[in-house]
Design a protein. Structure first.
Length: 200
């Protein structure tokens, strides 16, 4: 992976910033509305989704996280970078064990406003409308299933949210000329970003 968010890309990103913020707000609102109907409150749990190995695939989410990292003091970024390096070493040495996301500090996300899509949507049962397979339903997280599994399903369709993110990603890539595939964890994004930014 050789890309970096240069000044030109970031200037282009700024013209997308309102749109991606609005879409992330919509995700949060849809999630909150469905969670409220179940009476589901995520207060953190022993199987924190921040210990789940999620991959992220869009340049626009990467750049949004990059923008979030830029809001932190240099020392805080260095601490997060070191936690990310530590997470990599733990993943290599204990491949089966859970490893906490380097942005999770004392149970809270240091870049909550800048977190990517899956961090916003994880936890609730949902559906996706696939053009070939039709409607595919998925269950909630471990904590949800433990306490709310018997309740009637509250429709939560991720399809329009995925579609809008894909549309933004396509436009952003067209304007930046970026065409590499992305498959990165938050840990990898941080290490990659901090290397390019050359934090000591
Ligand atoms: S980015 Fe934030 S919400 Fe997402 S896994 Fe990391 S700490 Fe958790």
């Amino acid at each position: 992976m050789v890309f970096a968010v240069n000044a030109n890309d970031f200037e282009i990103f700024m013209s997308f910033s309102d749109k991606i913020s609005a879409l992330f707000r919509k995700m949060d609102e849809d999630y909150a509305a469905a969670a409220e109907r179940y009476g589901f409150i995520c207060t953190g749990c022993t199987e924190s989704c921040c210990q789940t190995l999620f991959y992220h695939h869009t340049l626009i989410e990467y750049t949004y996280l990059h923008a979030g990292l830029q809001t932190l003091e240099t020392e805080d970024r260095r601490i997060i970078r070191d936690r990310a390096l530590n997470a990599v070493s733990r993943t290599v040495n204990q491949p089966a064990g859970p490893v906490m996301c380097p942005l999770n500090q004392d149970g809270r996300c240091r870049l909550y406003d800048y977190r990517p899509m899956i961090c916003r949507l994880h936890g609730l049962p949902h559906e996706l409308h696939h053009p070939v397979k039709g409607i595919c339903r998925s269950p909630g997280c471990h904590e949800f299933e433990a306490h709310h599994a018997g309740k009637p399903y509250v429709p939560f369709d991720r399809t329009p949210l995925y579609r809008q993110l894909a549309e933004l990603e396509t436009s952003f890539r067209q304007e930046t000329g970026f065409c590499e595939k992305i498959k990165m964890t938050i840990t990898e994004m941080i290490i990659h970003d901090e290397k390019k930014e050359k934090i000591k």
